[in-house]
Design a protein. Sequence first.
Length: 141
Amino acid sequence: MSVTRVIDATPQAIFDLLADPRRHGEFDGSDSVLDVRRSPERLSLGATFEMSMRIVVPYHVTNTVVVFNEPLSIAWHHFAQFVWRYDLAAVPGGTRVTESFNYDRPWALVIIALRWPERNRRAMNETLAAIERLLSPTSDG
């Protein structure tokens, strides 16, 4: 699944935001990212970062960066191997940002049955809107 939005900011500015896990809570559209527990200041290929999360109950998750192609794409996964990915492309008016989440693991049937894909789609749209509010010079946020 993926969502796309054109954001009035450069690919580098958006990439820099995504590559700083200490800022992920500022634009998380799911309201589940609480804080960074452990991370480098800037992500890189193979880097791990641990986040404090809350979906019904508090927990933490460690992510591993699996794509780092500055400033065009960045992706990470957690223990279940589902990949969160951001692809960036300069276009007239800013940057086309595509956020995607894969459901290609056999155990995804459980979360699909629980209607998580639609929840994720809403959260992804909110995430891109939050990135726009943080970075767009023309936004009112």
